[in-house]
Each structure stands twice: as C-alpha cells, then as structure tokens.
Design a binder for this molecule. Structure first.
Ligand SMILES: [Mn+2]
Length: 439
C-alpha cells in the first residue's frame, strides 16, 4: 500500500523529472527540558509514504525515476543500549523496500550525484534544503499530499476498519459498565484497557469521558468527576491502528434510562445524524449536510418549546449555532482531523457554527469522514444571546436557563463515501432502545 501511495504522489510531479521531493520523518519529543520522552508517533505524511514507524528518518523521491531513497541516521552503540536496536541498511531495505538507503551524513554527496533542479519540501524545512545548496519549493508538496491522502486506498480503508472494530468494542464495554457512583476516569481506564488489550497501544487523541455539565465542554479532558444518576455521559474516544484513527462519540444516561427531556433532545440529534448520513454520496457537500443538521436541530428545539420562530427565521438569526457550535464532521485518516478539508482556494465560511466546519468539499468515493451533530446547553454562549436583541425574542430564556446544568449530546460515526452512498464503520448502539437494553 505504501508503494501505491508513493506512486500516486510522484505522478503529480511527473512534469518535472529533474525535481526531488523531500520528506522528513518525526523525532522523539521530550517533556520540556527533561529526558522524559513522549511516546514516538511518526509524522503522518512520512508514515503515509513509507510505513516506517521509527524516529529520525528522511526520504527523497525522484520525480523522474520514481526512486525512493531512504535516509537513515548513523546510530552510535549508545542508541542500542537505550533503544535496543541499530538496524543495518540491508534490514531497512528488506523491511520497507526503498530503492536505495543512505546514511544522513551521505546526503550532501548523494545530492551532488543527483543534482536536482529543485527540491520540494513541506513548509518549515526549506532552510535545511537551502543550507545544502539547492533551491527549495514549498508551494506544492503539502497540497499534493493532502490531495492524495483525502481519497483512501484499499489498504488504508482496511486499517481504518481495524481501528473502528476495536473502538466499537471498547465503546460497548463502557456503555455496559457505566453506573451512578463511578468516576469518569474509571470509564477512561476501561476504554483504554479494551483498546490496549487488542494491541492498539496508542490513542489517536485524548478521549473525552464527560458526565453532567462536562458533556457540554467540547474538549473536556479532565475526566475526574464522579457520575450521578440523572446525568448524561458523553464518551468521545477512539483507537489507532498503524497510525489510522477511529473517532467515535456516544451519549447516554449514567443511570438506566433517559429522562423524558433527555430523550426528546437525544432523538433530535440522532435524527439529525440519520438524515445527514443518508445524504452522503458522491457530489454532495459537507456544508449542505451541516446546514441540514442545523435545521433539524432548531426545528426540534422549537418542538420542545426552547425556541420560537420558523425554521427559516431561526436559521437566519444563527440560533442553531448557539446549540450546535461546532462543525458536523471532518475527514478521518492518519490524523483524527485529517488533511484535505479545504482544497486550495476554498475559504472558511465566516458564519457562527460554520466557522469551525473542518471540511468544505464535495464528496468523492474513498473519502472517510465523521458525522457528528451535537446539541449542547452552553451558558457561555446562551447568556450573551439573552441580551442580544436579534436573538432574545426567539429564545425561551426561562426554560433554557433551567437547563444550564443539562450538559450536551453528541453522536459521532465514521463513514466511507462509496459510489452509491456510504459505508458506516461505527456499530456502537445509538437508538435509545438499544442503549437502554444494554444497561
Ligand atoms: Mn470527531
């Protein structure tokens, strides 16, 4: 699969057979000024092209011949003492199938032999290339990589499915275990136990295990509270398989059943998700799905008596963004918020709620994305709106204020765009009936 990725990228540069592409792999990061090392995670573009999950590597790709030259560090014996290995060039050749392997102290001589006219690199690396005496170009490689990575190869889809399978299982175990009196971190421990015991030792992002009002904090990672009957519990957590992420969210009661109000608001979000999942097919656009979800949310809030006005009026006044302040979804791949959301020339829509939409793009087969509508009661957003004449008349301020302790609901699935629709990788129960059945 990595060879296929390289071929796809190099093809985009075939008009410049005397150019090189240069990619630098990741290094180990330390905690501030200490020798504490964070777990190594390969830079995603480098991983996409090579599959190599080791620090301090680099690679050149020849736009004419297509050759892949791997640059490895010359390790001292000390490295083996601490890290356990020093691989020979031959081992790298056998393991990762580069056409050539050179040491990092040989790069200068190697470049002299190849005399590229230009070297394409990612922004931030150009001074390194220029210090070697060659013109650097940062205008194309990043876009080219995003262009390639946004359409997943069959190998990548297989990796994403493996991550999803484990994350599905872990979510179900947490859903079964949650109960009043338990702490949020116990659920985090259970989720991580389930993923690690399946061999997936690194998480794609810090999970959110949020009960009560924490469920309305979009990036809540405190995970310290004790949970109480009557509260909602929101779990946004995933797994990573060979760099590929699953990113799933479920919201359900801490106790055995949804309260009538929780049930009403939950069904609005679920309905918004189902409607937009059904809109995924080649040719449709993320921003249209976002607005459709937003319409469903405001009309639902009106049916519950929390807002008033026609759906059109509520949309025009951006009332939806007070309750659904984030984007409907994002691309998913080697990064949880994967590349390619904004193709060159596409601007962010400067409108509340849409400003944070991470992808504006027409769907094509092979794209993988999340669909994650949400409905939150966030006092920090709502209180200023109560004093805003353009909004206050549409808000039932009394009833909304009573809900300031409610928290929020988000439901997130991971889907592949297919020729005739979509394939959903997320199988964690999400109807109220299914969830209550598990409790
Ligand atoms: Mn997400």
């Amino acid at each position: 699969m990595y060879q296929q990725h390289r071929r796809r990228l190099i093809e985009l540069f075939q008009d410049n057979p005397d150019h090189l592409l240069y990619l630098k792999g990741g290094s180990v990061a330390n905690r501030y000024q200490t020798d504490y090392e964070y777990p190594f995670r390969q830079e995603s573009n480098f991983l996409y092209l090579t599959g190599i999950d080791e620090p301090d590597m680099a690679a050149f790709f020849h736009c004419g011949s297509g050759d892949f030259t791997l640059v490895i560090p010359r390790r001292t014996a000390q490295f083996a003492v601490w890290m356990g290995y020093i691989r020979t060039p031959k081992e790298y050749r056998n393991r990762y199938e580069p056409d050539h392997v050179i040491y990092d102290d040989e790069v200068s001589d190697w470049l002299k032999k190849n005399h590229p006219k230009k070297i394409h690199c990612l922004p931030g690396i150009e001074s390194h290339i220029e210090s070697l005496g060659y013109p650097a170009e940062t205008g194309h490689l990043q876009d080219a990589l995003a262009y390639c990575r946004v359409i997943k190869s069959e190998g990548e889809i297989d990796h994403l499915k493996k991550a999803a399978t484990v994350a599905n299982k872990a979510h179900i175990e947490v859903m079964k275990a949650v109960k009043p009196g338990a702490f949020e971190y116990e659920m985090k421990a259970l989720f991580e136990y389930q993923t690690v015991r399946n061999g997936l030792v690194h998480a794609p992002y810090s999970g959110i295990f949020a009960s009560g009002t924490g469920s309305a904090i979009l990036h809540y990672t405190d995970n310290q509270k004790q949970m109480h009957d009557g509260e909602l519990f929101l779990v946004d957590a995933g797994s990573e398989y060979r760099g590929y992420a699953a990113d799933i969210t479920r919201t359900y009661p801490v106790g055995k059943t949804f309260s009538p109000l929780q049930a009403d608001l939950y069904d609005i979000v679920l309905d918004a998700q189902n409607i937009t999942l059904n809109m995924i097919r080649p040719g449709n656009k993320m921003e249209d799905l976002h607005l459709t979800a937003a319409q469903r949310i405001v009309s639902g809030l009106r049916d519950c008596g929390l807002v008033s006005g026609s759906t059109e009026e509520l949309m025009d006044a951006n009332i939806f963004a007070l309750f659904f302040p984030h984007g409907l979804g994002h691309f998913l791949g080697l990064d949880t918020h994967d590349v390619g959301g904004y193709p060159k020339g596409t601007e962010v829509i400067d409108r509340p709620g849409l400003r944070f939409l991470r992808a504006r793009r027409t769907f094509e087969p092979g794209m993988v994305l999340t669909i994650e509508p949400g409905l939150y009661i966030i006092p920090a957003l709502l209180e200023p709106a109560f004093n805003d004449d353009s909004k206050a008349a549409m808000l039932n301020t009394e009833r909304i204020s009573e809900l300031f302790g409610f928290g929020g609901i988000r439901i997130e699935d991971n889907v592949i765009v297919r020729e005739n629709g979509m394939e959903n990788l997320t199988t964690v129960p999400k109807t109220r009936q299914e969830i209550e059945h598990l409790r």
